[in-house]
Write a protein that binds this ligand. Structure first.
Ligand code: DGL
Length: 279
């Protein structure tokens, strides 16, 4: 039997780095905790600069590069870009900069949608930047050339979620307006192409036709992280309890409430950091 080298062992025990523009990426953290309970996680939510989805690709790339540098400085073994906007606009920059494997949320979401869709008419909702980048369209078409994709930007959803307006009538009304035209396209599957949207999934469900399958890429992303870690022999096998660290660039009032709602527990170790100070 080949004994693992100490260097490799050390790498296996390092945390997974996960980031988003704000709180939305916690939906992915939640699934990572579930499917990879032995893994430690460092989460960074750029709460001081959220939303990213209304910003230019240059600005989004700059932010993504800073966060990647930060996570690397923390010694992560893997980076999960838990933000569709960054995955759409700056994935190449993150991959180029990173010395560890990187996964985004677009491919897993697209794969999950194709598995669910029977008639290959798929709707995608996301931020303005995600919809403008058209990454879901190109990825879905590369996986299934016969698919028809219909996209809709929903820029008000992220501020509503960050404000904690989860079950509100206002959110439902906004959802109705945004989703009306998509519903006319007779889609059978809807991709929640923003990691904030699973938080208002119940509201979205109320306004889409009952038989439309709703795809949240968080589960699929967590499963693919597990697959890649396993194939690279990077699964944590130390047997020690995982450590979760949460970093934000600002403390929005609702952060703890929403984080608790998303993770089913009050997150400990939430710390505020300024990326300007550390990279
Ligand atoms: N969670 C981010 C995403 O998946 C939200 C984007 C934003 O900050 O506007 O796209």
């Amino acid at each position: 039997m080949i004994k693992p080298s100490p260097a490799n062992l050390d790498l296996k025990n390092r945390p997974i780095g996960v980031f988003d523009s704000g709180l939305g990426g916690l939906t992915v953290v939640n699934q990572l905790m579930h499917y990879l309970p032995q893994e430690s996680i460092i989460y960074f939510g750029d709460t001081a600069r959220v939303p990213y989805g209304t910003k230019s690709p240059e600005t989004i790339r700059k932010f993504a590069i800073q966060i990647t540098q930060y996570l690397q400085s923390q010694g992560v073994k893997f980076i999960v870009v838990a933000c569709n906007t960054v995955s759409s606009v700056a994935m190449e920059n993150v991959i180029e900069l990173s010395s560890v494997p990187v996964i985004g949320v677009i491919q897993p979401g697209a794969r999950a949608a194709l598995e669910k869709s029977k008639i290959r008419r798929i709707g995608v909702i996301g931020t303005s930047a995600t919809v403008a980048a058209g990454k879901y369209n190109s990825v879905l078409l590369s996986m299934a050339p016969d698919v028809a994709v219909f996209s809709q930007a929903c820029p008000l959803f992220v501020p509503l979620v960050e404000e904690g307006w989860i079950d509100s009538e206002v959110t439902e009304m906004v959802a109705r307006i945004y989703l009306e035209s998509l519903m006319r396209q007779s889609i059978d599957t809807l991709i929640l192409g923003c990691t904030h949207y699973p938080i208002i999934k119940e509201t979205i469900k109320k306004v889409v036709d009952g038989d439309v399958e709703i795809v949240d890429s968080a589960i699929q992303t967590a499963l693919e992280v597990r697959e890649v870690l396993s194939s690279k022999n990077l699964l944590n096998a130390s047997g020690t309890p995982p450590k979760y660290q949460f970093y934000v660039s600002d403390f929005p009032q609702k952060f703890e409430d929403i984080a608790r709602r998303l993770l089913g527990q009050t997150p400990e170790n939430i710390r505020r950091i300024s990326l300007d100070d550390c990279v």
